[in-house]
Design a protein. Structure first.
Length: 225
């Protein structure tokens, strides 16, 4: 019979175990009771370290967000390259965890350590010409883009298979509107690496335009009108 306490049980152990269970059972199957059983304790023992399941989810989300390696750009790294690297690493981390994007979407708070790393990122962007508000909006928008994109990827149904277990041939686009059919045949899907990279290119181009507009100042903007 499991005991109420176990030596070495910490919040970090709970988070690490919960992330491992997440990969096995998914977010729907992850319960406090299941976690306690995995750790060999009764459920009340977990509340010495986490007060609610939401606090556990926050800890899991915090670990997922930090896993790609948060922090400012390298000394010789343009902000554009840094944001691309940051977004790609973040997407890869979310995809590496079952329901990873859903866990992050459910988070309500992050640790002081993560907030401190975020502060360093914002400060580096300000050094590169961003206002504090534009720096915050830029990273927030990019994070939302990656989260939303991966949510769709992880929610997509598995590719259908033929009777022998091999992937089925692509479905025909006969009867589809002409431009849509042409787009699909050219590889114009809405999820996957190519679609993700297109979104990143658009995001960087748009951010560059906004930054240039703010750096030009109101006088230039008024003249342009």
């Amino acid at each position: 019979m499991p005991s109420d306490k176990r030596p070495g049980l910490t919040k970090q152990v709970l988070v690490d175990t919960a992330l491992r269970l997440l990969d096995e059972v998914g977010l729907e199957g992850l319960t406090v009771r299941r976690l306690a059983a995995e750790l060999g304790v009764r459920s009340p023992a977990l509340y010495w370290h986490i007060r609610t399941k939401q606090e556990l989810l926050d800890g899991m989300a915090d670990a997922i967000c930090r896993a790609p390696g948060m922090g400012p750009p390298r000394d010789d790294e343009p902000w554009q390259d840094w944001l691309l690297r940051r977004a790609r690493a973040y997407r890869a981390t979310l995809l590496s965890r079952r329901d990873g994007a859903r866990v992050v979407a459910h988070a309500r708070s992050l640790s002081h350590e993560t907030v401190a790393l975020f502060e360093r990122e914002l400060a580096a962007m300000v050094e590169r010409g961003f206002t504090p508000a534009l720096a915050l909006h830029t990273i927030a928008a990019l994070t939302s883009y990656v989260n939303g994109f991966v949510l769709r990827e992880q929610a997509a149904a598995p590719a259908p298979k033929s009777l022998d277990g091999a992937p089925a041939a692509p479905q025909s686009v006969d009867g589809a509107p002409a431009v849509l059919a042409a787009a699909v045949l050219e590889g114009g899907g809405t999820i996957g690496g190519e679609a993700f990279e297109h979104g990143l290119r658009v995001f960087i181009a748009g951010t560059s335009a906004v930054l240039s507009h703010e750096q030009d100042g109101p006088a230039t903007a008024s003249a342009a009108r």
